[in-house]
Design a protein around this ligand. Structure first.
Ligand code: ATP
Ligand code: MG
Length: 483
């Protein structure tokens, strides 16, 4: 890292670093910049609004007060007294100040007992050497890099390694397994072998980590440029089986009568990589990750046609709730979105393989609604064949589906389709309570519109309603006002 000092010069000119320097000087408290900001600057990794981590030899609150007063007296300081930490959030930048410390751990928790320590103690208690490089903010050696644990060299060699014994480091705080995998995936680094072994050995200890923290790291892995790298590592360590067991079941290839099916685990990871090239929507990436999880439970072998996975989208979409619940992920609109995308994930493929009728296209637009574009992106990402001819054929098929969708949409305005007759109206016309009949009649009107049998407007729908209601033995009240 020839230009290390030059690269750091840029960082120490940062407005907030300057303020921290001034503040530390005014209270004569030895202070250093550490962590991700130093690491990322050294490897030219650009990030917007990144957080800044400082370590100080003295009172973290005193320094935080000083900094706050220089930035804006009204800013809030959050304190975690037990860990000697103070946070200030300013303009979306997280400023974290920790008192230099030594740590000792108990088996049941990742929260250590802490006692004040030297700068070296503090660097040694950190997770990885690449995160344990300090930059002095003290007048006598301002801007100097302090790297007693060889972090610079590991950055150069793109290697993740712990300052202390990997076994102890990982067992003390198993969240470090996920952080290590995440840094590998984000930075395209490798994990040192003995660290990888320690991770494998301790993977069960992930249970002492809160689900929120785990999901936080999984989400960061899923948001990298090539998420397969992180997921393959998680798999190697044994964490896919523990955290998302249905994904683990996708692994493997079965053969019967000389016919094999693809390994759906590696296929899935390829799909996630593909979709990540075209979208940063986290829930679309999650949908790609889970789009095939129904396959193991729907797998059959048919002597004539080989392996089939009929209904895997439906089975898969039903499994997503449990996965989210187990990981304590939000059970809200994000869950619904992923369920919907997975449920519909084969529909455009069916369209692309058949002669496309307007009716089928209308139904897809109606069912997918606002998600139609995301769904098509997933389908295109789902093409993982290495055969170029076949790949081009599939892509071309989707091009045709897209054109057809556009044509039908422009003509019928179906995406935000609302049937022109409501359930309430049907009830009042036939003097019905909420019942099965109301649902059947509503469905018939919707189907007739989507199939193009009647136009999407009130008079035709009303006429059909009277006809179908009468067939069902219902008597309409006449002269009813439109509701
Ligand atoms: P990023 O900002 O990209 O997440 P970071 O390295 O800044 O990366 P933070 O979570 O902000 O990560 O932590 C700041 C620093 O604190 C780290 O660089 C590392 O030195 C130390 N650290 C954070 N979490 C741990 C942990 N679980 N065990 C040991 N050290 C940690
Ligand atoms: Mg940080």
């Amino acid at each position: 890292m020839i230009n290390a000092n030059k690269k750091i010069q840029k960082l120490i000119k940062h407005k907030i670093v300057d303020i921290v320097h001034e503040s530390a000087t005014s209270i004569s408290q030895e202070t250093y910049l550490v962590g991700g900001a130093v690491r990322d600057h050294l490897i030219d990794r650009k990030r917007k609004n990144r957080d800044l981590d400082f370590v100080t030899l003295g009172c973290e609150i005193k320094l935080a007060n000083e900094i706050r007063n220089k930035i804006n007296k009204n800013l809030k300081i959050s304190r975690f007294k037990n860990f000697g930490t103070a946070h200030i959030n300013f303009n979306e930048i997280n400023i974290e100040i920790v008192k230099a410390r030594k740590e000792s751990y108990h088996l049941s928790s990742r929260n250590p007992d802490v006692e004040p320590g030297t700068l070296l103690d503090d660097l040694k208690r950190r997770d990885f050497t690449i995160n344990a490089i300090a930059v002095s903010l003290n007048n006598e050696n301002f801007g100097e890099l302090i790297d007693p644990l060889g972090g610079l060299n590991d950055l150069k060699n793109k290697i993740i390694i712990t300052p202390r014994d990997p076994e102890i480091t990982i067992s003390d705080d198993p969240l470090r397994i996920l952080r290590g995998v995440r840094f590998c995936a984000e930075l395209n680094f490798e994990i040192n072998n003995s660290l990888l072994n320690a991770m494998k050995k301790n993977c069960d200890r992930i249970k002492i980590i809160s689900k929120e923290r785990i999901v936080d790291e999984i989400n960061k892995i899923i948001m990298t440029d090539k998420p397969s790298k992180g997921f393959k590592l998680l798999d190697k360590i044994g964490l896919i089986q523990i955290l998302i067991p249905p994904l683990n079941k996708l692994k493997g290839i079965e053969e019967k009568e000389g016919i094999t099916h693809k390994d759906n685990f590696y296929h899935t990871l390829q799909v996630v990589d593909n979709i990540s090239q075209v979208t940063n929507k986290i829930w679309l990436r999650w949908s790609a990750l889970l789009h095939d999880i129904g396959k193991p439970n729907s797998k059959r072998f048919d002597k004539k046609i080989g392996w089939t996975f009929h209904g895997h989208e439906y089975i898969g979409s039903k499994m997503i709730f449990e996965i989210f619940k187990k990981l304590k992920m939000p059970l809200n609109s994000s869950l619904k979105y992923v369920q919907k995308i997975v449920l519909l994930s084969s529909r455009p493929i069916i369209l692309s393989n058949n002669i496309v009728t307007d009716s089928a296209v209308r139904r897809l637009i109606y069912d997918a609604g606002e998600e139609i574009e995301d769904l098509l992106m997933l389908c295109e990402a789902d093409i993982t064949t290495k055969n170029k001819k076949r790949r081009d054929k599939y892509l071309n098929n989707f091009k045709i589906v897209r054109q057809k969708i556009k044509m039908v949409e422009d003509r019928d305005e179906i995406r935000n389709f609302q049937p022109p007759i409501s359930g309430k109206f049907i009830m009042s016309i036939f003097n019905l309570q909420p019942s099965k009949e109301v649902g059947i009649l509503k469905e018939k009107i919707k189907d007739a519109i989507l199939d193009g049998k009647i136009p999407n407007e009130y008079n035709s729908a009303f006429e059909l309603l009277l006809k179908e209601g009468t067939k069902m033995g219902l008597k309409p009240k006449i002269n009813e006002e439109k509701v």
